[in-house]
Write a protein that binds this ligand. Structure first.
Ligand SMILES: Nc1ncnc2c1ncn2[C@@H]1O[C@H](COP(=O)(O)OP(=O)(O)OP(=O)(O)O)[C@@H](O)[C@H]1O
Length: 338
């Protein structure tokens, strides 16, 4: 019986060395040096990082697909490195490349996969839900990237897993399919599943994740809910931008104040950038009224998770979370086997 108070996945101080590598004179290379994360039931946990940050390595160690060099991992209370078929049956995995057999047809494939589980979800409901019926007679090799993603997602959840690993689940999806997939992921979360999402798409993390771990160069450099990460970011990130469009050549003097940069970026396009405050909006409104000016477009942008991500990935990690200094490049280690 699953204890839903304990984390579904608990990774502590993960280390992974690969090699020996000829390019390093036969030495090992440390590609993950200190990643820790906890994923809970009824929550979407995002592992967010740039290409090569160590996300796939971490997740494959968590699934028992790669051996780890150091640290501890507990998946549903078991060490995945020693996991058996019973543990694997409780875990769903959607891989980035889909991992689907190219000659199979989607619905027949899903029926086959369902037959491997004791209590599978209903295939027809899932096919309907993810719009797979539209291309049920096309072989996997002829499906578009987004269609393959939907079949791979269906296959990963058919066994009604307690933990679900999703690697870039929205890659290649059109906006409508993306909404469909996001809605399904939220439903699975609400049904109590522990969902671990690997992505470099900040927008996905911002829309879906209850808790985010940002990894960079093999280390966890920041963690928190999306609002917490935004809140913790540096003052520099509190910059906002007000842009508007109107006739060219307007005199912006009435809008200026120290700390606020007011520019006409190209004829008729204006930008106010700085630590914008409510008073600036009031002054902006009064300035427009004085000139009987109604902008044709107006946009206020605040900081996003992307700003936090860029800040921590570019060496500002210490500002995002105390006690997690920014890392150097991957560390080479002594000779040995991976
Ligand atoms: N067997 C290996 N030998 C050498 N380098 C490796 C090996 N496996 C992974 N790496 C390197 O380790 C780093 C982390 O790889 P990983 O695939 O975990 O990154 P990622 O965060 O998943 O990236 P992406 O978003 O591109 O999928 C990369 O620089 C990768 O090239």
């Amino acid at each position: 019986m699953t204890n839903t108070n304990s984390p579904a996945l608990d990774i502590s101080g993960l280390i992974k060395d690969v090699g020996p590598l000829a390019a390093l004179d036969g030495r090992m290379k440390r590609i993950v040096s200190n990643i820790s994360l906890q994923a809970h039931f009824g929550a979407v946990t995002a592992l967010l990082g740039a290409n090569g940050a160590g996300k796939t390595t971490t997740i494959e160690c968590a699934q028992g697909l790669q051996t780890r060099t150091g640290g501890t991992i507990s998946l549903l209370g078991h060490d995945p490195a020693r996991g058996d078929a019973a543990l694997r049956a409780r875990v769903g995995v959607m891989l980035q490349d889909g991992g689907l057999p190219p000659a199979a047809r989607p619905v027949a494939l899903l029926r086959h996969v369902a037959g491997l589980y004791e209590n599978p979800l209903d295939v027809d409901t899932l096919v309907d839900r993810l719009g797979i019926g539209e291309f049920s007679d096309t072989t996997v090799r002829r499906l578009s990237g987004g269609q393959k993603q939907r079949v791979a997602l269906a296959a990963s959840i058919l066994g009604n897993p307690e933990v679900l690993f999703l690697d870039e689940p929205s890659a290649g999806l059109d906006p409508q399919s993306r909404l469909m997939v996001f809605e399904l992921i939220r439903e699975l979360r609400d049904a109590g599943k522990a969902i671990i999402l690997t992505t470099h798409l900040l927008d996905d993390a911002q829309r879906l994740a209850d808790y985010v771990y940002i990894v960079d160069k093999g280390e966890t450099v920041a963690q928190g809910t999306v609002p917490e990460l935004l809140e913790r970011s540096t003052a520099a990130l509190k910059q906002r931008e007000l842009t508007f469009e109107s006739s060219p050549g307007l005199d912006l003097a009435g809008l200026e104040r120290p700390g606020l940069d007011c520019t006409e970026t190209r004829p008729g396009f204006y930008r106010l950038r700085g630590t914008l405050e409510a008073g600036d909006l009031e002054r902006f409104g009064a300035w427009c009224a004085r000139q009987s000016l109604m902008p044709t477009a107006l946009h206020l942008a605040s900081q996003s998770l992307e700003d936090v991500f860029l800040a921590v990935s570019q060496g500002g990690a210490a500002t995002a979370q105390a006690g997690h200094p920014a890392s150097d490049d991957s560390v080479e280690t002594a000779k040995g086997n991976s």
